[in-house]
Every structure is written in C-alpha cells, then in structure tokens.
Design a protein around this ligand. Structure first.
Ligand code: SF4
Length: 152
C-alpha cells in the first residue's frame, strides 16, 4: 500500500510528464505550422516562376510570329502589292506541295541563296525578297520554289 506522500510524488511526476508532453506537442505544432507556411511560399514561388516561363515562351512566340507578319505586310521599298505577294506565296506553297514538301539538296539551296544575295531586290538584314515577300533563307530550300525574276 502506498502512502499519501508516495502518491503525491507520483502525481507530481505524472503532471510534470503531462506538462512536458504538452510543451513538446506545442513546439511540434509550431514547427508544423512553420513548415506548411514555407511550403505554401515555395508553392506560390514555383507557380510564379512557371507562369513567367510560360508567359516568356508565349511572348517569344508572339514576337517571332509578329515580326514575320509585320515584315511580310510591310510594303517598305517593295514594288509588289500585298495581293501579289499573297498570290506568289500561295504559288510557292502549291508548288512545294506538288513536289511532296521536299527540301532541295543543300548545294542547290546555297546556290540559289548566293544568287539572291547578289540581287538588289533582297532586303537585309531580314534576307527578304522585296518582290515576293518571302524569307529567302527558307524559300531557297523549298523544292519547286522559283524566283519571281526567274534568276533561279
Ligand atoms: S528571289 Fe529573285 S528577285 Fe527575289 S531576291 Fe532572290 S533573286 Fe532577287
């Protein structure tokens, strides 16, 4: 049989243990809260980074697309109307399709491009032909394409 003193001691020890467990639980809760806050911050940073990457890619694509379209639409020093340019563009595409969308051999494309480089109708630095509005670095590679002045 335990005496009152012993029982009191036991109760005191038990309440100490309960208090320690309570404190440990509190600090664990604090650590968990901090952890989840940090996770939320990291998540929002990740979202920001991902969004900005996507936006950057979209912006880059749009800039490339727009620079191509604006160069094509820009009458500049061109003596050809937009209607004629579109007609020549579709003619080139049609001809390329009839040739099975093949690309010319590198030597042929290079020879064509060399002719364009010596032509006064070539606009630099875009390497765009003022007559057909095409980018000659690309057009010279297409099978079935031709020069509007029949230089190649
Ligand atoms: S396609 Fe013909 S007209 Fe146009 S730049 Fe080349 S050579 Fe000149």
């Amino acid at each position: 049989m335990e005496t009152n003193d012993e029982l009191n001691k036991r109760i005191a020890t038990l309440s100490q243990s309960i208090e320690q467990a309570y404190r440990a639980n509190q600090s664990m809760e604090k650590a968990l809260t901090e952890c989840s806050e940090k996770l939320a911050q990291t998540r929002s940073q990740l979202i920001k980074v991902t969004n900005s990457k996507i936006l950057f890619k979209l912006e880059k694509k749009w800039t490339t697309f727009w620079s191509f379209v604006s160069v094509f639409l820009d009458p500049g020093e061109s003596s050809t109307s937009l209607r004629e340019k579109f007609f020549m563009f579709f003619k080139t595409m049609w001809s390329w399709a009839r040739n099975g969308f093949k690309l010319e051999e590198e030597q042929v494309a290079l020879r064509r491009f060399e002719i364009c480089k010596g032509c006064p109708e070539l606009k630099t630095p875009d390497n765009q032909c003022k007559l057909c509005g095409c980018m000659m670095e690309k057009k010279t590679k297409l099978a079935g394409a031709s020069c509007p002045l029949k230089k190649w």
